[in-house]
Design a protein around this ligand. Structure first.
Ligand code: FAD
Length: 340
């Protein structure tokens, strides 16, 4: 990440419009990825937001986007926005591509938006660069950066021809765009594809994480436990530290397979990818498949009994020791400092 941030600093943003997909959420706010995508757009060009919302809900969201750095906003309202998976987003972005001729279109790298990216590519004759963790502007084009081989290497991609449609990994880009006083707001005319309507959404229900802990995706701090915690009871140690730090809880696959933690907490290649400010690994050896999901964390702290555990190769701070001795002492110190 250090090298990549350095490259980002060296790249100079262009004056080219960069489209960003922003969805309205139920309470009239922009989706949680809006600030990050607009920030990512500002690394390489001029951020232009495309908002999809139910009728009457788009204007309010659009007005909030200047503060996040949108210079212009294209509002696409449709009855279908919450009823059809992806169709309105594809139509809205296609309208934006027609109106602004952007250098790139940014969408979140989530299952829903990856489908939007693919459908949009077909519609506007573009191509997809998937799962970017950074962007830079070089040789008059947008270059997407990807974390590959378990995070050991950063590769770069771009495409020739039509607009680049780039899916951005949530939590990977910390850049934020300068606020814009009064962004220009436009209304999109949507051409909803009749042929391929996309799946109908019957019901949306939020799956809140248990208790007051933050959700794993997008959390600023994550405490993960591995097989080294020995049992479901022992896994409680990760939960205790997480609660003291206000962190989300994660787990290695071995911990999930052993039944210590719920499957949705798995971090890694076949689990959730996270890029928190702080990632604490307790009793996790650091297999390549685990690293693939957390190696882009800003600071990694590892506590493991084995001094040769691979997790120490990527840790910023490492403690060789028994987690059941080290973690209670850490918790005690944190609490003493807070009360002192
Ligand atoms: C196709 C594929 C996909 C996979 N996807 C994932 C994935 O998404 N996520 C993932 O995590 N794994 C994934 N794996 C599994 C991965 O290869 C490892 O097996 C797994 O990450 C190991 O989990 P672990 O580090 O908890 O366990 P281990 O490798 O067994 O490590 C346990 C660690 O705990 C330490 N320890 C033991 N007792 C203590 C103690 N008291 N205090 C401190 N340290 C202690 C040990 O020294 C050891 O380093 C995948 C594997 C495959 C083949």
């Amino acid at each position: 990440m250090t090298e990549q941030n350095e490259q980002n600093r060296q790249s100079t943003a262009s004056a080219a419009p960069i489209l960003v997909l922003v969805e309205a959420v139920a309470d009239g706010r922009p989706s949680s990825m809006a600030a990050e995508l607009l920030g990512a757009a500002s690394l390489v060009g001029v951020p232009v937001a495309v908002v999809t919302a139910a009728p009457g809900a788009g204007q309010g969201v659009a007005e909030q986007l200047g503060a996040l750095g949108a210079t212009q906003v294209l509002v696409a309202e449709s009855e279908q926005a919450g009823a059809q998976l992806g169709s309105v987003q594809v139509a809205a972005l296609a309208a934006g591509v027609g109106q602004f001729s952007p250098e790139a279109v940014l969408v979140p790298n989530t299952p829903e938006s990856r489908a939007v990216a693919g459908r949009l590519a077909v519609r506007v004759n573009g191509a997809v660069c998937a799962d970017a963790v950074g962007l830079r502007w070089a040789d008059e084009e947008v270059i997407a950066q990807h974390s590959v081989f378990g995070g050991d290497f950063t590769s770069e991609s771009t495409v020739e021809g039509g607009p680049r449609i780039i899916t951005v990994r949530p939590g990977s880009i910390s850049q934020r765009a300068q606020p814009v006083q009064a962004p220009q707001i436009h209304t999109a005319t949507l051409e909803l594809s009749q042929g391929a309507a996309g799946a109908q959404i019957r019901e949306v229900s939020e799956h809140a994480p248990a208790g007051d802990r933050p959700a794993l995706r997008g959390a600023k701090t994550v405490v993960s436990g591995g097989r080294g915690l020995g049992s479901a009871e022992g896994f409680g140690l990760a939960e205790q530290l997480a609660d003291v730090l206000g962190a989300a809880v994660g787990a290695s696959r071995a911990a999930v397979d052993a039944g210590y933690a719920a499957p949705e907490l798995q971090v890694g290649q076949t689990g959730v990818s996270v890029t928190p400010d702080l990632y604490v690994a307790l009793g996790i050896s650091g297999a390549i498949q685990h690293r693939a999901g957390m190696q882009t964390a800003k600071t990694i702290v590892a506590i493991d009994k084995d001094p040769d555990a691979p997790i120490f190769e990527i840790a910023d701070f490492g403690v060789v020791g028994d987690a059941f001795e080290v973690v209670p002492a850490v918790i005690e110190q944190i609490q003493a400092r807070r009360s002192g």
